[in-house]
Write a protein that binds this ligand. Sequence first.
Ligand SMILES: Nc1ncnc2c1ncn2[C@@H]1O[C@H](COP(=O)(O)OP(=O)(O)OP(=O)(O)O)[C@@H](O)[C@H]1O
Length: 260
Amino acid sequence: MSELRLNAVSFVYEGARTNVLDRVTLGIGKGDFVVVLGQSGSGKTSLLNLAAGFLEPNHGRIILDGKDVTGPSAERAVVFQDDALFAWSNARDNVAFPLKLRGVSRDERNASADALLADVGLGGQGDKKIWELSGGMRQRVGIARALAAEPEFLLMDEPLGALDAMTRDQMQELLLTVWSRSGTGALLITHSVEEALFLATRVVVLAANPGRIALTQDFEFGRRFLAGENARALKSEPAFVAAREELIAAIHRPDYEVAA
Ligand SMILES: Nc1ncnc2c1ncn2[C@@H]1O[C@H](COP(=O)(O)OP(=O)(O)OP(=O)(O)O)[C@@H](O)[C@H]1O
């Protein structure tokens, strides 16, 4: 089974004195949804950029299926908060762009793009220009575009951070559905503990200075949603509320011992 693995990864920005990340070990399998939480500056974005191949570790290795990652590549698609879509193009052309780069014929890539837009709830909206779409719709286009190259892993840095609360809730549900349908492994960064708990099969809390793993814990709320349970009911379950408080404590006090 495919795995993206950070093995004792340490990283320091040029000229900086302390490591941003210190011996971080983390495996993301296909079918995993790993969500990283941590205080501002704990190294979450740096970790994602390392996994994407935008940065190189100073120590340790990043391994995909037994091979060292040496740069970005199509099997690891990245979705950012303000996804850099082509504002004056339409949704279909944006989604089809990675396929164009691969030399896929126009008819074939348009058909794939339309199918992906339908998967993210934008069926029939391929002709709309990006500037005509709401923030939530743009983010859906960004996710559809990331999926166009059929990646094995989806790496997402605060993809829902700019959305209002209601759209964000809907997008969380959509992300779970898309992740489960695509069979990818997901790595997502968020500041929202509730989002982390709802989406993650595994939550990782980073402690700062230097960035290191303070806590790793597995959860089932997302899988239960996918199995048919109601999202609001799950998020108000006592177990969910208790886990949320534990994670908040772990983020603010990295030496905190989470109750078993
Ligand atoms: N390009 C860079 N050059 C030098 N230092 C950087 C650079 N990017 C980030 N840093 C520093 O590395 C540390 C970790 O930053 P990073 O963005 O990875 O943290 P984060 O947990 O994602 O933060 P936030 O939650 O605020 O987005 C911070 O101290 C930051 O100032």
